[in-house]
Design a protein around this ligand. Sequence first.
Ligand code: AMP
Length: 192
Amino acid sequence: MKKICVYCASSPTIKPIFFDATETLAKLFVEHDIELVFGGGARGLMGKLADTVIKHRGKIKGIMPQFMNEVEWAHKGVTDFEFTETMHQRKALFLEGIDGLVALPGGCGTLEELLEAITLKRLGQFTKPIVILNTDNYYQPLKDMLNKCVDEDFMQKSHLDMWRFVDEPEHVIDALKNSPSWNAGAIKFANQ
Ligand code: AMP
C-alpha cells in the first residue's frame, strides 16, 4: 500500500476529538511510508492532515479545482498540487492510482465524495478498499442507512464488503490491508 486518498472535513469549528484522531492517523500514515492524496484545503481536518504530514516529513498531494485556489483555499505548505477545472474532474483524479481511500468525519462534501466512491465500487469502476473512520460515533447514522439499504434489498448483502467502519485511527491501516478484494466483475451483481 503506497498511496491513500483521504476525504475529510473543511470545517474548523468541529470538536477537538476529530482533530486528534486526524493527527494520530496522519502520523501513522507517515510512519508506514504511505503517501496521501487529499482535497488540498488549509482548514478543518484537511488542514490538520496536511500540517501533520508536513511536520513529520511525509508525502501529501492536494487536488483542488482552480476556483478554490483562486479564493486562496489551498494549503500553503503543500508543494505537490494538481488543479482541475471542475469538481467532477477533481473527484475523478482523487481515485486515480490510489491503493485505497479513507473517509474521516466531514460534511456534505465528504459524504458526497464517499458515496460516489461506494457507487463506483458497486459498479466495478473502482475496486480499492474504502475505510470509514467513525470517530466519536459520528458515522453511526450513515452506517445505519447503508445497512438499511441492504436490509430493504436496495443493495445486496455482498455489497457490505465494499466498506469497513472502524472506531479508532489505529485500526485504519489494518482495515485497509484486510479489506475483502473487489473487482470489475461487481457490475454483474450490481442490481440483482
Ligand atoms: P466538507 O466535508 O463538506 O467540509 O467538504 C470537504 C470538501 O468540500 C472538500 O473536498 C472540498 O470539495 C470542499 N471544500 C469545502 N470547503 C473547503 C475549503 N475551505 N477548502 C478546501 N476545500 C473545501
